[in-house]
Design a protein around this ligand. Structure first.
Ligand SMILES: Nc1nc2c(c(=O)[nH]1)N[C@H]1C(S)=C(S)[C@@H](COP(=O)(O)O)O[C@H]1N2
Ligand SMILES: [Mo]
Length: 508
């Protein structure tokens, strides 16, 4: 019976290692905690010995190290399992220590990412759950009347059930690992394809005067690494440019299917466009500005020949996500494009590699399909899309917004004259004026940065004179249609927040 507890520990350990590895492979495409531990063991082995071992076993050192790490871990798990005899939480304690060792090794090897740490936690949870599952299959010890002997009820069937359950767990864990590996392999191949890809694109330079130089205000060009990310998929789908196809169909004369090569052979248009999310709260940062390169949607739709009566395009992503975009926004004179590059580089995978849509003037949830694979010309009354099925508006034109970046909320600044500033946007309408207000006083006109078109955000800046004490700064923008932002607060659901951004801070 105690051997069965030990085996429960071993199977739990193996299952935990398998799921941790699967997550590491799938999410990060990287090696994961076991290899990190093996690496740390190697690094912490005294130099002379390590050198001797490496030479003694030639290039078998790595597999041997990894196998040794796995076996040692399983041995510890066997020990952990038997500890259940004294207290049912003792095995968990050992599993937690193993997880701590895993994270420490990841840190030591420089492989600690959110994904790899999640992998360790998934492994830990698997170990705890599986051990309980198998441990609880234990036949119940029964004390005889004289209190001395311990009989076990149902030894035979319980033993068979245990073995079957353990095998079942191992098979499932093995399948999970294989699946994770397959996913990760896709990731790595796509990363490699992206790295090798050469596109006929340039890297735009922000116009002189776009950045006003107020400390604390975000740069006018958002660095790709800092560009906000929104996706419903847990991990970005792996779509290689070689396999990518775009289907354009529905209410068109000439349905077509394009390969990536056929797409980028067409005329490439490049432009600055500011993208923002409908879920952006007042003052929030789900907004970014980049230089995009791609093929105009209107060129492709003209080629396909859109039927009269169509008013929408249903876009579908490789991950199954869908959105509905007004046909007019894709065919009028704005630069709605199937982007293949961001800031002169192939799209980052998480931003939709190899092809995503960007449409000036519309929130991302109704337009900016990443990993785009399908455009169906249709009518709004014939379909629903991912977010509209979840209570968001069918149409999502961006609302005119402005934000204070400097000062940050709650800061303490020197009394006297201070520069304040931020950004404002009303894509495809354009910002006419930004005003700021200190402590409920008169609205003052801000200086605006230079912008290349009405499709990007604009920086604003001003100067305030601060007496010692607490202060409150507010901002509002007026767009080129003459509309001034309302002070009335609206929630982000169903079609975007409204209200003035205000910041409280102090001076002294
Ligand atoms: N496939 C797919 N495309 C998507 C989404 C998504 O969840 N899945 N989210 C959309 C939303 S809500 C926004 S705001 C933008 C965000 O684009 P980004 O992550 O490149 O900033 O992508 C859009 N495209
Ligand atoms: Mo969004």
């Amino acid at each position: 019976m105690s051997s069965r507890l030990g085996w429960a520990g071993v199977v739990a350990g193996a299952a935990g290692l398998a799921t941790a590895q699967a997550v590491a492979w799938a999410v990060t495409g990287a090696t994961g905690p076991v290899v990190a531990v093996a690496g740390s063991v190697r690094d912490l082995t005294p130099g002379g010995l390590a050198n001797f071992l490496v030479h003694a076993v030639k290039h078998l050192d790595k597999p041997l190290l990894v196998t040794g790490t796995v076996l040692a871990t399983l041995l510890l798990c066997a020990g952990a399992g038997t500890l259940a005899r004294w207290h049912r939480l003792l095995p968990d304690l050992v599993f937690v220590l193993l997880a701590v060792a895993g994270v420490a090794a990841l840190l030591q090897q420089g492989d600690a990412t959110t994904g790899s740490v999640i992998a360790v936690l998934v492994g830990l949870a698997t170990m705890a759950v599986v051990r309980r599952f198998l441990g609880d299959q234990q036949a119940t010890p029964v004390r005889a009347a004289d209190g001395s002997t311990v009989a076990v009820r149902g030894e035979g069937p319980a033993r068979r059930a245990f073995v079957l359950n353990a095998l079942g767990v191992l098979v499932v864990a093995g399948l999970v690992a294989v699946g994770g590996r397959a996913l990760g392999g896709g990731h790595r191949a796509v990363e490699e394809a992206r790295r090798l890809l050469r596109l006929p694109v340039t890297r735009g330079r922000p116009p002189a005067g776009a950045d006003l130089g107020v400390p604390g205000v975000v740069p006018w060009r958002t660095p790709a690494a800092g560009f906000y990310l929104v996706a419903t998929a847990l991990a970005p789908p792996s779509v290689s440019p070689g396999e990518w196809r775009l289907r354009i169909h529905g209410m068109v004369d000439r349905p077509m299917t394009l390969s990536f090569e056929q797409l980028v052979r067409r005329k490439i248009t490049e432009d600055w466009l500011t993208l923002c999310c409908v879920s952006n709260e007042v003052g929030g940062n789900l907004v970014g500005n980049a230089w995009w390169s791609g093929v105009l949607a209107r060129d492709l739709l003209t080629e396909a020949g859109v039927h009269p009566g169509a008013d929408a395009v249903k876009q579908t992503s490789a991950d199954g996500w869908t959105c509905g975009t007004p046909l007019s926004a894709l065919t009028d004179d704005r630069n709605a494009m199937l982007a293949v590059a961001m800031d002169g580089q192939p799209l980052p995978i998480e931003h939709g590699f190899p092809v995503r849509m960007v449409v000036p003037g519309l929130y991302g949830y109704v337009s900016a399909t990443k990993w785009l694979v399908d455009l169906e010309v249709t009518r709004f009354d014939r379909f629903s899309a991912y977010w509209t099925e979840r209570g968001w508006s069918q149409k999502g034109p961006v609302k005119t917004e402005s934000r204070i970046d400097a000062p940050r909320p709650g800061v303490h600044v020197a009394a006297g004259r201070t520069r304040v500033g931020g950004v404002a946007w009303a894509q495809h309408t354009g910002i006419r004026r930004v005003e700021f207000q200190l402590d409920g006083g008169a609205w003052q006109r801000a200086t605006l940065g230079r912008v290349p078109s009405v499709d990007t955000w604009v920086q604003w800046a001003g100067t305030v004179s601060l007496r010692p004490g607490s202060h409150r700064l507010a901002v509002r923008a007026t767009d080129r249609s003459g509309y001034t932002q309302t002070a009335a607060r609206a929630d982000v659901v169903p079609n975007g927040a409204t209200g003035w951004d205000t910041v409280e801070f102090s001076a002294g």
